[in-house]
Design a protein around this ligand. Structure first.
Ligand code: ZN
Length: 375
C-alpha cells in the first residue's frame, strides 16, 4: 500500500476516533457543533456519524433550535453499545459486575465461594460469567472482555500472577482462570483495578493515591490519569510500609507493616469476622470497639500522612473499611491534620465513590477504556 494511502487511512481513522470521543465526553451534540469543535468539514462529519450509527455506537437523541426555524438533530453515543464484565476474586467471595460504555454498573452479584486453584473453581467462574450474560440480557457479541481482579501482583501483559502470597497462587495464569470463559480476559491487581474505577468516577482528578483497606491493604498510584506501575510492577504497596519498628508480624515476612495495623480484619476480628457488626457496635458506643477504632484511626492517619508527604496528591480510601468511612472521615481528617506539617487541614483525603464493587468494576473498565481510546 502506498504511503499516501496509508496516511489517508490514518487520518480517516483519527476523524472517526475524534468524533466518537467528542460525543462520548460531551454529548449531546449537533453535526454543526462537531464541525466547529473538530474543524472538520460537514460531509466528513456526516459520513462518520452515519457509519457510527450503522454500527450502533451513535444515535439521534433529539433536536435543538428555534421552534420557527429549522431544528438541528443532536447525537449521542449509545451507552449500552458495548459492555464489559469484571470479576473480583477474594479468599471467600466472587463479585461479578457488568459495566457499560459510561461505566455504569448494570449487573452485580456477590457470591460466597472459597478460592481454590482447581478445575471446579474455574468452572464456577465460567458459570458466573455465563449467568451474568444471560440474566442481564446483554448482547454477547458486544461484550468487550472479562477483567479478573485478584489480590496479587500481575505481569505487564496481564497474563500471570508473579506474587500471590494472599491466596497462595503465585504462578497462576489468566488462561487457567479463563478456561471456562469464552471471551477476551485479562488479570488485574485488585488495588490497581479499584484505583482505576475511582479515577473513572472522578474525571476531575489527575493525580491520586488509592488505599484499599480490605482484609489486606493494597495501594494504587495514578499520575496524570495513568496507573504508575513502577519499574518492577510492585508500586503502591502501602501495606508493606513499616510504621512500627519490630512491630506486629506481617504475612510478607516483615514486622510492623501497615497491613498488620490497618487491615479490615483488625476491626472485624472483634466481631467474628463481620465488619458491619463491628461498625454497629461502634455506633452503639461499645467501649471495646471504640478502643480498637481509636487505635486503628491513629495508625491509619500515620499511614495517610506518610503517603501524602511523598505524593502531595488526593488520597482516596476504599476497600471493606472504605464502605463505612463516610461517617468517620471528618474525625480521620482531624487526626491527619494534626500530623500535617504544611497545611492546617487534610482536605486531600476522600472516601471512595464505588463501594463493594470497585475491584470488579475497575477490572471491567479497563476494557471499556481500551475500546474508547482505540475506536
Ligand atoms: Zn508486610
Amino acid at each position: 500500500m502506498s504511503t499516501k494511502k496509508t496516511a489517508n487511512m490514518a487520518i480517516k481513522h483519527l476523524n472517526r476516533t475524534n468524533i466518537f470521543q467528542l460525543l462520548y465526553r460531551q454529548e449531546p451534540k449537533t453535526k454543526q457543533d462537531i464541525v466547529a469543535s473538530l474543524h472538520l468539514c460537514l460531509p466528513t462529519v456526516t459520513q462518520n456519524i452515519n457509519q457510527l450509527a450503522d454500527e450502533g455506537l451513535v444515535t439521534e437523541s433529539g433536536s435543538i433550535g428555534n421552534t420557527g426555524g429549522r431544528r438541528a438533530k443532536t447525537y449521542t453515543t449509545v451507552k449500552n453499545a458495548r459492555t464489559a464484565i469484571g470479576l473480583d476474586i477474594t479468599r471467600n467471595h466472587v463479585t461479578t459486575v457488568i459495566v457499560n460504555l459510561t461505566g455504569e454498573i448494570c449487573y452485580r452479584v456477590r457470591i460466597r465461594q472459597a478460592f481454590s486453584r482447581t478445575d471446579s473453581y474455574y468452572q464456577f467462574l465460567g458459570k458466573q460469567v455465563e449467568n451474568a450474560v444471560e440474566e442481564s440480557g446483554i448482547n454477547p457479541s458486544h461484550l468487550l472482555g472479562v477483567g479478573i481482579g485478584v489480590p496479587g501482583l500481575i505481569t505487564e501483559d496481564n497474563q500471570s500472577v508473579f506474587y500471590g502470597e494472599i491466596l497462595n497462587f503465585t504462578g497462576a495464569t489468566c488462561s487457567e482462570f479463563s478456561k471456562y470463559i469464552p471471551y477476551h480476559t485479562a488479570l488485574y491487581n485488585d488495588a490497581n483495578a479499584a484505583g482505576f474505577a475511582e479515577l473513572w468516577a472522578r474525571k476531575e482528578l489527575n493525580n491520586a493515591f488509592y488505599i484499599m483497606l480490605s482484609n489486606n491493604i493494597g495501594g494504587s498510584i495514578a499520575i496524570h490519569n495513568q496507573i504508575y506501575t513502577g519499574n518492577f510492577l510492585r508500586s503502591g504497596e502501602v501495606g508493606h510500609i513499616r510504621i512500627v519498628p519490630d512491630g506486629r508480624p506481617c504475612y510478607c515476612g516483615q514486622r510492623g507493616c501497615v497491613d498488620a495495623y490497618c487491615a479490615a480484619t483488625e476491626l472485624s476480628s472483634l466481631t467474628g469476622g463481620d465488619l458491619s457488626t463491628f461498625f454497629k457496635l461502634l455506633k452503639g458506643d461499645d467501649e471495646k470497639a471504640l478502643d480498637v477504632w481509636n487505635q486503628y484511626l491513629d495508625y491509619l492517619a500515620l499511614t495517610i500522612i506518610n503517603v501524602h508527604m511523598l505524593f502531595d496528591s488526593t488520597i482516596i480510601l476504599g476497600g471493606y473499611v472504605g464502605e463505612f468511612l463516610d461517617d468517620y472521615i471528618n474525625e480521620l481528617r482531624e487526626r491527619v491534620r494534626l500530623l500535617n506539617p504544611f497545611e492546617d487541614n487534610a482536605d486531600f483525603l476522600w472516601v471512595c465513590s464505588y463501594k463493594t464493587e470497585a475491584i470488579a468494576a475497575g477490572a471491567a473498565l479497563n476494557f471499556i477504556a481500551d475500546f474508547v481510546n482505540s475506536i
